[in-house]
Design a protein around this ligand. Sequence first.
Ligand code: UT7
Length: 319
Amino acid sequence: MYARIAGTGMYLPERVLTNFDLEAMVDTSDEWIRTRTGIERRHVVADGEFTSDLAYHASRAAIEDAGIEPGDIDFILVGTTTPDLIFPNVGCLVQERLGIHGTPAFSLEAACSGFLYALGVADQFVRGGQAKRALVVGAETMSRIIDWTDRETCVLFGDGAGAVVLEQAETPGIMYSNLGSDGRYRDLLYAANGVSVLPKEGEGAALRMKGNEVFKVAVKTLGGMVDEVLDKNGLEKGEIDWLIPHQANIRIIQAMAKRLRMPMERVILTIQEHGNTSAASVPMALDTAIRDGRVKRGDLLLLEAFGGGFTWGASLVRY
Ligand code: UT7
């Protein structure tokens, strides 16, 4: 038994913050942000709007796309690093909004790799027969953990949510998942909004990143991971139809495309529209490319992400 993607959905909050808006807030320029990252604008939640709201809207869209009812879902998993509360977890909050009761619902935090981790876990439940239809979400309100005076991070991130419905199938589906992490890099990218650990004096509670160092490890690690995915599945470079990468930096994405010998026309790029939305970026890119007709049933997709922890993940999917 395998898990196949039956439907996808996404949601972006209404408010848009452009690079020009940021020029008025910190010492930066549209030109620097565009050329160094590929980002042009990002979406930001309104007061009173939370991660579970974004996750709910994306989930509704995915459920509708799959042609099922919320009651058909029997497993909910949300990848997020910006939960509404410590608990109840975002999965439970989404479950309640969807009017479902009794299914397992939980969230996991693996920073920008959160969706790939959630997909890998949900795949196991579907394949093992413990879930018939799983709702898998990546949702973030990164704007809530950003230091809006730090130009090195505030220009990069945005809010959003993406979701997929997985269902049992006799053929894949999700062909292969590769997950990894290395906690030795914990100090290069973190948010000090501690629950058990309090922020250090003067450090504040916001996200901090040594961008340049993260960049180098990201390119190296992702490169090794995509080689491994091809190798383990007996695929040659160029055999993937679509690369659906985490949207952190256009230069990292270009490096991956080059490594896979894929032209940029075969890479789904959404970073210009919403910046780095952490766990939400891969499912949003997937949904975008399915809805605009680029990704078609039967296509071979490579999803990949890298983020704080460090954590990383990839999924080879026959859509
Ligand atoms: O999603 C999780 C994983 N995250 C990532 O993968 C992010 C990886 N890192 C990156 O994407 C890039 O490293 C950044 C976009 C964060 C930074 O780009 P960079 O090319 O590595 O720039 P840099 O950090 O080496 O900084 C170059 C210069 C510095 O000035 P000096 O020292 O050369 O005078 C920075 O102070 O750019 C300056 N700078 C800025 N200038 C204008 C840094 N941020 C800004 C800014 N506006 N917002």
